[in-house]
Design a protein around this ligand. Structure first.
Ligand code: FAD
Length: 355
């Protein structure tokens, strides 16, 4: 185990999940990576993401199922959708364990209680680092500022079969405000879940009733919150926030893995350029902030749609009927898919985004 005192480490990352692992993969050693549990021990999400990201990271062994077929269902209306590229579901423990297996990383299984300047106060005692990356999820450790606005989701994985990524917007899921249910294929099992952004649903009751209507029984459940607006301060002193800890998640869909991997990769690369003497830390702060700010306007625009749906959830019906007919849907879906792709080269990507 890495020592808890002595010379400070250049970088410490809190959180060995999507965002933290993306940062760690870009950086040279020595690097400290903290998580309160073994990598992949606590799955909170349905773990669906573009297959291109898993391939980019070389973690193909974690893929459980992949397809470009999607299906939207609402009160008897069904719209099959074929996207331009496949999504996949992954096995979270395999993804995180393989993702954290990096020779330059010293993994410390320890809860970080708080961060004081350059010091991480952990269950294993204090650790010092010049830079601290907070990738500890929506309930971020020691977040300066108020908690982010969030939706809440719950899910179960049980033996069943579906052949497409299904989204259900039937009355029970939207009657008290916007939300939806999903059924994501994983081979011989399916991840069934429900999410609400607003209103007073009892998610477990909703999930149980939905599955019972299909003749299925809820198994063990997991879940958590989904933040949906970028949070300030993004950078403060020695600390950089990324992934859910920075509120970087798509409103409306709750898709956050792609953003955690994208911003984590770009932040890791910026910090590497600092380690290599190509950028000052102040330049890293400026560039990372500019990168997030570039996308913030787009995320806020999607959030406005979510706000409208929270207020008038039954707009979802006409929206879905209009949206899934004709060529405009492909246009919107592919625009959505086009964001946060794996950057082939981070330097070019940064220049493309912030000029
Ligand atoms: C029910 C549900 C389903 C979802 N389904 C999808 C989906 O299919 N596709 C998608 O793209 N998004 C999905 N999301 C959103 C997605 O899960 C998140 O956006 C994503 O996990 C964010 O990654 P992250 O690395 O920032 O944070 P997390 O994945 O939350 O990881 C945070 C890590 O930090 C660790 N940690 C936390 N506190 C401490 C501490 N104090 N000390 C040390 N370690 C700590 C945790 O153990 C964890 O490993 C879903 C969310 C929910 C709730």
């Amino acid at each position: 185990m890495a020592e808890s005192s002595g010379t400070p480490y250049p970088v410490a990352v809190i959180g060995a999940s999507f965002a933290g692992l993306a940062v760690a993969r870009q950086l040279p050693g020595p690097l400290l990576l903290f998580d309160r549990a073994a990598p992949g021990a606590f799955q909170s999400s349905a773990c669906a993401l573009p297959l291109a990201w898993v391939r980019h990271l070389g973690l193909d062994a974690s893929v459980r199922f992949s397809t470009s077929r999607f299906r939207c269902v609402m009160n008897g209306y069904e719209a099959p959708i074929e996207l331009n590229e496949p999504f996949c579901t992954i096995d979270y423990p395999t993804f995180c364990t393989a993702g954290a297996d990096l020779s330059h990383v010293s993994f410390v299984q320890s809860k970080v209680h708080r961060v004081e300047g350059h010091t991480l106060q952990t269950e294993q005692g204090p650790y010092e680092a010049e830079v601290i990356v907070n990738a500890s999820g929506w309930n971020a450790v020691d977040r300066p500022g108020p908690p982010p606005p969030k939706g809440v989701g719950i899910e179960t994985e049980i033996p069943a079969r579906v052949d497409a990524f299904e989204f259900h917007f039937d009355r029970p899921f939207i009657q008290n405000g916007y939300g939806y249910a999903w059924a994501f294929p994983c081979g011989d099992t399916v991840r069934f879940g429900v999410i609400k952004y607003y209103g007073r649903h009892n998610l477990k009751t909703l999930l149980t009733a939905w599955l019972e209507s299909k003749g299925l029984k809820v198994g063990a459940t997991h879940g958590g919150a989904v933040p949906y607006l970028p949070q300030e301060p993004l950078v403060q002193g020695a600390m950089f926030q990324t992934g859910d800890a920075a509120g970087l998640c798509f409103p409306v869909t709750g898709e956050g893995i792609r953003l955690a991997l994208y911003f984590g990769t770009m932040l890791g690369w910026l910090l590497r350029s600092w380690r290599e003497g190509k950028r000052s830390l102040e330049e890293v702060r400026t560039d990372y902030r500019a990168l997030v700010q570039h996308y913030e306007g787009k995320l806020r625009a999607v959030w406005k749609l979510q706000k409208a749906l929270n207020r008038y959830p039954f707009l979802m019906g006409p929206l879905l009927r209009w949206g899934t007919r004709g060529p405009h849907f492909r246009l919107i879906a592919n625009k959505y898919l086009h964001c946060f792709r794996p950057p082939a080269d981070c330097e070019t990507e940064l220049a493309r985004v912030i000029g």
